[in-house]
Design a protein around this ligand. Structure first.
Ligand code: HSE
Length: 440
């Protein structure tokens, strides 16, 4: 189709929507020069009007409260969904696709839940559904997996994809403060949501992992299929002891190809070697490490959230969609997701993984306790790599901090259940998995 100007409608004029409108209005000629495509911002839907934003001058009649003026408007070629949430976004995106519009979304929760259905619909209507901004904000990781690494078998992928958790853990490392204190400061400064559950319980990172796995392994998995653990139980002791042992704690989203047709998927706090690049990704920054069979280890670093970094990714998708409009083709990204519906790559249950562990037991400081724990671990084929005794709690109890060699998760669970029956063991252990492969 030969169109001189591709018309864009935006659903939602919050933080990211504002950033997108700024780029579309203020960088229009740069976009045209760089991509050969002229984009016209026609409509923005905002729940309440009037509204203005500093640094954005919109065309007359651009703002509306009625989503139909975007999703049902024959003039609009590309719909950008930035309202978030699942239910309304889902029905508006479906309507836009059914009306033949290309769609760009930053909505990872929606795609993690309804990706299969929406990509099927997009394919039937021969339109693209692009989602670069849904994962790791401004870092172009979706396009990288889909296009730049298309000739690689992805061996593994490790992501720091939740800025809130990374900010909290960085502060805990650098300022020796407790989780709840940092969270409060983060909320006061607006870095963390008033209800931080999705972030600190690892769910946001898990939704992003679902999208990364869809592209890296052509496998559509759901949240209920894999282990998701947040950072709420990480204490200052774990931070300090990890550091003493040469590690930093990060919330990682991990995917690994295990034996040809199974993929490990998990989100949990992880000890990473302190000299590794990932260990040094601080504050609210994101990073994704991808290890491919041809390319080897790679690392992508940048801002995973925020007005302009996220808008940068959205606009890149809009430009891609504009090319789809001009060429009359749908983007290959939707095709990759669809392939996942038929793929035979299954999820490897957490019980079957093999990894090294950090374990901290709180035990009675009596002769023979270490030997009893060591015997049980040994009986379950778990070999201790090092052990230190820490922090006497009065005269009675101490922390026993152990690093293990690689062991099977199911053996670790069985060993811990047996260890908890010992009278000398006073509490549930702190168990944190270790990843050494990120140290390249
Ligand atoms: N809440 C996310 C984070 C940003 O803290 O990284 C949006 O994905």
């Amino acid at each position: 189709m030969d169109k001189s100007c591709i018309n864009v409608g935006i659903l939602g004029w919050g933080t990211v929507g504002t950033g997108v409108s700024k780029i579309l209005m203020n960088q229009n000629s740069l976009i045209a020069k760089n991509s050969g495509t002229e984009l016209c911002l026609k409509k923005i839907v905002k729940r309440t009007l009037p509204a203005t934003r500093q640094g954005v001058e919109l065309p007359m009649d651009c703002l509306t409260t009625d989503p139909a003026e975007v999703v049902d408007n024959p003039e609009i070629d590309i719909v950008v969904e930035l309202i978030g949430g699942v239910t309304t976004a889902h029905s508006l995106i479906k309507r836009a696709i059914q009306n033949g519009k290309h769609v760009v979304t930053a909505n990872k929760a929606l795609l993690a839940e309804h990706g299969g259905e929406l990509f099927q619909l997009a394919s039937e209507h021969k339109v693209s559904l692009n989602f670069e901004a849904s994962t790791a904000g401004g870092i172009p990781i979706i396009k990288t997996l889909q296009e730049s690494f298309a000739g690689n078998q992805i061996h593994s992928l490790y992501g720091i994809v939740n800025g809130t958790c990374n900010y909290i853990l960085t502060e805990m490392h650098e300022r020796a403060v407790d989780f709840s204190d940092v969270l409060k400061v983060a909320q006061d400064k607006g870095y963390a949501e008033a209800d931080p559950t999705l972030d600190v319980e690892g769910i946001d990172a898990a939704q992003k992992l679902i999208l990364l796995i869809a592209l890296a392994y052509r496998s559509n998995i759901s949240l209920s299929q894999f282990h998701v653990e947040g950072i709420t139980s990480i204490t200052q002791k774990e931070i300090q002891y990890a550091r003493e042992l040469g590690y930093v704690i990060k919330l990682l989203a991990i995917a690994k190809l295990t034996d040809g047709n199974r993929v490990e998927a998990r989100v949990h706090p992880t000890l990473v070697p302190e000299r590794s690049l990932l260990a040094n990704v601080g504050g609210a920054f994101n990073a994704v490490c991808v290890i491919g069979d041809a390319v080897g280890p790679t690392l992508f670093y940048g801002q995973g959230a925020g007005e302009m970094p996220t808008a940068s990714a959205v606009v890149a998708d809009v430009i891609d969609a504009a090319k789809s409009v001009q060429q009359g083709v749908s983007s290959p990204i939707s095709q990759a997701w669809l392939a996942g519906a038929q793929a035979e790559v299954g999820v490897c249950p957490i019980d079957d993984i093999e990894t090294r562990y950090y374990i901290r037991f709180v035990v009675a400081d009596r002769p023979g306790v270490l030997a009893k724990i060591g015997t049980i671990l040994g009986n379950w084929q778990i070999s201790i790599a090092s052990v230190i005794q820490k922090d006497p709690h009065g005269m009675e109890t101490v922390s026993l901090v152990m690093l293990t060699h690689k062991a099977q998760e199911k053996n670790m669970k069985a060993a811990l259940a047996e260890i908890y029956t010992l009278e000398d063991v006073k509490d549930e252990a702190q168990l944190i998995r270790i990843e050494e492969e990120v140290d390249f």
